[in-house]
Design a protein around this ligand. Structure first.
Ligand SMILES: N[C@@H](CCC(=O)N[C@@H](CS)C(=O)NCC(=O)O)C(=O)O
Length: 295
């Protein structure tokens, strides 16, 4: 088993689901990351001294795969995808919680898109890489992890197609349907981001939620095609990306079809702690925002 080390830019990792969430009441995850230079400076001035360590080490693997740095935000399913993958693939890595610092000059100097997940790895032409799917593809290629990302062109193309379809079609619906409930900032140019009447925003949110059913069914009938996972008998990187994405739907009590519930349970069973640990950060954040909404 690989080693996962987590460092928080602002606070100890173990408190994420509670204290991080509490802070998110006024500064939700991505908003915090988009905060002005002020909190960023504050965060930089106060680097967390505490580093929590988890998991055990597979000596052989760690020598071969050490040195991976992952900058992440705990409530995010984009980040959850890479966090699950790194654990499931047995990659030794070091996680840094970059809550509130993605817009800092230091971070943006390395990553002008200010997006997480972001890895730093020797050999990358610009030293860093963002976009969850590109990160999983790169790491699977680098370490020959064919179990998660098959080499055969036709099989690989299906995994790529599923991931592009997710990022380009399913995720925008999921974001429009859930971000208002998650208190995440929404995309410029969309109703949710505008100063439209709340009723209009609510209609747009409902329309997005209704639109999820079609692409969801495509994952089931076309990409899984009767197999347990998109990857066949074992979860692929496309499965990790899909299951993580579906986690957000709990915040709007989205009625997942039976197959999707079974699929998510099968993912968690198959990947065990590798899935459950990052998922608990997302679930903890959802539980928190829901409790705030009721209060
Ligand atoms: N398509 C990207 C989305 C990445 C993304 O939206 N990351 C958000 C967190 S969910 C982020 O880092 N936001 C911080 C910021 O914009 O400053 C992926 O899959 O990695």
């Amino acid at each position: 088993m690989a080693k996962t080390t987590t460092k928080s830019a602002k606070k100890p990792a173990a408190k994420a689901a509670t204290k991080t969430a509490a802070k998110a009441a006024t500064k939700p995850a991505i908003k915090a990351a988009k905060a002005s230079a002020k909190p960023a400076k504050k965060a930089a001035a106060k680097p967390a001294a505490k580093v929590s360590e988890k998991s055990t080490r597979n000596a052989a693997k760690s020598t071969k795969k050490a040195g991976l740095k992952l900058s992440m935000l705990k409530p995010s399913v984009n980040n959850m995808s890479v966090r699950v993958f790194a654990r499931a693939a047995g990659l030794d890595h070091f996680e840094t919680d970059v809550w509130g610092v993605t817009r800092s000059p230091e971070f943006m100097g390395r990553n002008p898109a200010h997006l997480t997940p972001m890895i730093e790895d020797k050999g990358l032409p610009r030293g860093v890489l963002w976009e969850s799917c590109a990160i999983m593809q790169y790491l699977a290629n680098k370490h020959g992890l064919e179990k998660f990302y098959p080499k055969a062109p036709a099989k690989r193309a299906m995994i790529d197609s599923a991931m592009f379809y997710l990022i380009g079609t399913l995720y925008p619906y999921v974001a429009r349907a859930t971000y208002p409930a998650l208190n995440f900032p929404q995309y410029a140019g969309e109703v949710g981001h505008s100063d439209a009447h709340p009723d209009r925003k609510s209609e747009a949110q409902k329309a997005a939620a209704a639109a999820i059913a079609e692409p969801l069914e495509v994952f089931h009938s076309f990409f899984r095609n009767g197999k347990p996972f998109i990857g066949g008998k074992n979860p692929s990187i496309a499965d990790i990306r899909l299951a993580a994405t579906l986690e957000f739907l709990a915040v709007i009590d989205y009625a997942l079809p039976g197959w999707a519930k079974d699929y998510m349970a099968a993912m968690e069973k198959k990947l065990g702690k590798a899935y459950a640990e990052p998922a608990s950060d997302v679930r903890g954040y959802i539980a928190y925002v829901r409790s705030q909404a009721k209060a």
